[in-house]
Ligand binder design. Structure first.
Ligand code: AMP
Length: 117
């Protein structure tokens, strides 16, 4: 399904039915602060249309997938991250995906180790 789903948390945030601290609104992408931030800057970028994960989004709407990254880079600049940040798509419960509406995590503002846990 490529439009809002009534039982999807992020569709409801995009629709304004659930409050969030919105930091970006673009053509096909909305960015809002994560409710449980894992870094000083932790913003989620979601397509306004519903897709279950990043790969499904890229297959159906590659321009929206690209917009997630360009929006994240713009917010990283606006937040003063000076080109040092991490972008993450968790895909599948085994690596921590908990919301099944594609979303890109922007994390920054502290040092990070690699590999991730
Ligand atoms: P993931 O675990 O990769 O699926 O990421 C889902 C993210 O959504 C987590 O980092 C949660 O903290 C975040 N989250 C859950 N509910 C909300 C909400 N109502 N507003 C903002 N972020 C949320």
């Amino acid at each position: 399904m490529a439009t809002g789903e009534s039982d999807c948390l992020f569709c409801r945030i995009v629709a304004g039915e659930i409050p969030a601290e919105i930091v970006h609104r673009g053509e096909a992408v909305v960015g809002f602060r994560d409710v449980a931030p894992q870094a000083p800057v932790h913003v989620l970028f979601v397509p306004t249309a519903h897709h279950a994960n990043a790969a499904a989004l890229a297959a159906a709407a590659p321009e929206a997938a690209a917009e997630l990254v360009t929006a994240a880079a713009a917010v990283a600049d606006a937040e003063g991250l000076d080109g040092h940040y991490r972008l993450v798509f968790n895909t599948g419960t085994g690596v921590g995906q908990s919301v099944f509406h594609a979303h890109l995590h922007l994390l920054g503002g502290r040092s990070m180790t690699w590999p991730p846990g």
